[in-house]
Write a protein that binds this ligand. Structure first.
Ligand SMILES: Nc1ncnc2c1ncn2[C@@H]1O[C@H](COP(=O)(O)OP(=O)(O)OP(=O)(O)O)[C@@H](O)[C@H]1O
Ligand SMILES: Nc1ncnc2c1ncn2[C@@H]1O[C@H](COP(=O)(O)OP(=O)(O)OP(=O)(O)O)[C@@H](O)[C@H]1O
Length: 531
């Protein structure tokens, strides 16, 4: 952990600042906030899902309230000058944001065009453009990717290109909004190291928005906690905050880093064993290619009723592709998939959807209506549910997933975590036999993660088969069965406790041990636990 650098000059000063979105009934998202961000300082911003962290980032760089139907009062200063005094677009060059969903910030097709676009906007002479692009790609470890199509890169690579584009702005303040949420465990650690190196070299201020602070502890100097009531609940050093304010943070639903937390491991809470052995899905010698690229090779897998399977592996290993094949959204190039002993391709679409629920990696790919309520009732309407019944089921789901206040909001205007919870809730209106989730817990705070897991494990107890694609090793730890993909092949299939003994495989598949082992590793007990 870093030592505070003594008295520092502010880069941002927020004074008595309030903000509200018009469609949340005049309710203030931020209520008279006062805080400073200092030059050359790394600050972490935490808070419950929906507390307003992403919105605050967009207020700091002057995009909000102008870009939305919002109202604000109070003042924000950047380097001593009121942000309203900056010309349009001037501040977005000074304060670079890497958004929660990096795809949303790309405007061009190839990596090189995207980076050149940023430089052209900055009116950098054409003769300098090539060398600047090369050095930005080098800084993020993506040399040689100039001509790649951005949209075909893996999640981790997209995140690095988004960072390279923002670095080309040479911003005074870099804001990273949940930058590691889609990265495999080792890429997450690499990304943190990368930010640390860049920050030390370029001496910029960095504001990181993250639910899980653990990996960032080595470089953060201050932590701000935004409360659900729109107030700043804490502004302190990480060590003081996490050791002295545990109760407050737990009440707000914020994750405590492993070394400060006394919450039992997910495994102790959720590994309840299996209820039935009925085979519901079987996969035999499955192979699939995207164009010429072979993505999955000879995958075999069996899924049983009441079983919770976690699929993990490095970015680009083929996890989402496997899930889409299991859901019948892609057709195998070779091999067979059957559900209840019938080939998947022979099921009527309607019957298939009734027996299997699927949640996409990107929740936005799933939304088709204009309000949260319509989104939740869409499937039920198609299946002829009575109005009253739909109201009851949707009401229960909104209560369960903390979406009641957003009943009439547009799904696209929700916070990242709310979008994720809505996409999960929409497949739970009925009770299928198999549920396939692509990273269902990403972007959730501690409380909503625990609630989501409780709910899903309750369904498992009723005999549903659950498959999670996840980068969260604590969730893999709680599964009955883990499937690890490495370059499209099954590198491991078995109980998680056997997986944790395979140090070499974990390393090659870019995975880590769950927190319960890492904690003990520090205490020197690791070998007793796994051997
Ligand atoms: N464009 C918008 N219009 C109306 N309401 C919005 C808009 N964007 C966000 N909100 C609402 O503002 C609140 C805060 O959202 P924000 O994305 O800032 O939260 P967050 O703390 O970043 O959440 P998460 O941790 O889930 O990403 C949420 O209730 C959300 O529904
Ligand atoms: N539509 C597509 N066209 C071409 N290639 C694709 C497409 N979708 C995925 N790929 C490629 O297929 C491979 C597997 O992608 P997939 O999304 O299944 O990986 P993943 O394990 O889910 O990765 P992540 O953890 O980053 O989400 C990657 O190399 C990816 O670039």
């Amino acid at each position: 952990m870093k030592v505070l650098k003594g008295r520092q000059k502010p880069i941002i000063e927020v004074c008595n600042f309030s903000f509200s979105y018009e469609d949340i009934d005049e309710q203030r998202l931020f209520d008279r906030l006062d805080f400073k961000l200092n030059q050359n300082e790394v600050t972490l911003l935490m808070g419950a899902s929906g507390s307003g962290k992403s919105s605050l980032a967009l207020c700091l760089n002057g995009l909000y309230p102008e870009a939305v139907e919002g109202t604000s009062s109070g003042d924000i200063f950047f380097l001593g000058r009121h942000i309203q005094e900056y010309e349009t677009g001037e501040l977005t060059q000074e304060i670079g944001i890497v958004f929660q969903d990096p795809e949303s910030q790309f405007c061009m097709i190839t990596v090189e065009d995207e980076l050149a676009f940023t430089l052209e906007n900055r009116k950098i002479p054409a003769s300098d453009i090539r060398s600047r692009i090369e050095s930005a790609l080098r800084a993020v470890g993506m040399e040689g990717f100039n001509q790649h199509n951005i949209h075909e890169l893996s999640g981790g690579q997209k995140q690095k290109i988004a960072l390279a584009a923002v670095l080309l702005l040479e911003p005074g303040l870099l804001i990273l909004d949940e930058p590691t949420a889609n990265l495999d465990p080792i890429s997450s650690l690499d990304f943190v190291k990368l930010v640390e190196e860049i920050q030390e070299e370029q001496k910029m201020s960095v504001l990181i928005i993250e639910h899980q602070a653990e990996e960032w502890l080595r470089l953060i100097e201050r932590v701000l906690v935004l409360g659900r009531d729109g107030k700043l609940l804490a502004d302190d050093t990480p060590d003081r905050l996490f050791s002295e304010q545990k109760q407050l943070l737990e009440q707000e639903g914020v994750f405590l880093p492993g070394e400060y937390s006394s919450t039992p491991a997910f495994r102790e809470k959720w590994n309840w064993g299996m209820q039935s052995r009925e085979n519901v899905l079987s996969v035999r010698d499955l192979s699939f290619s995207h164009g010429k690229q072979s993505v999955l090779k000879n995958v075999n897998m069996d899924v049983h009723g009441g079983e919770f399977i976690a699929v993990a592996g490095e970015n680009g290993a083929g996890k989402s592709t496997l899930l889409q094949l299991l859901a019948g959204l892609l057709e195998p190039e070779k091999g067979d998939i059957s559900m209840f002993d019938h080939p998947l391709g022979k099921w009527q679409e309607n019957d298939l959807r009734k027996r299997m629920g699927f949640v996409f990696q990107n929740p936005e790919h799933q939304f088709i209506t204009d309000t949260v309520y319509e989104e939740l009732t869409f499937g039920m309407k198609l299946n002829g549910y009575a109005e009253e019944e739909m109201k009851n089921i949707a009401g229960g789901l909104m209560e369960q997933f903390h979406l009641k206040e957003c009943r009439n909001s547009n799904p696209f205007a929700l916070s990242g975590g709310q979008k994720r919870r809505l996409s999960v809730a929409t497949v739970l209106d009925e009770t299928p036999d198999i549920l396939l989730f692509d990273e269902p817990t990403f972007g959730q705070d501690a409380a909503t993660t625990a609630e989501l897991m409780d709910y899903v494990m309750g369904l498992k107890a009723k005999g549903m088969a659950i498959i999670f694609v996840t980068h969260d090793m604590n969730i893999v730890d709680a599964a009955d069965h883990a499937v690890i993909l490495k370059q499209g092949e099954v590198a491991f299939s078995g109980p998680p406790n056997s997986l944790w003994k395979e140090e070499r495989l974990l390393h090659e598949a870019r995975l880590r041990l769950p927190a319960r082992f890492r904690k003990r590793r520090r205490e020197g007990e690791i070998y007793d636990l796994i051997h």
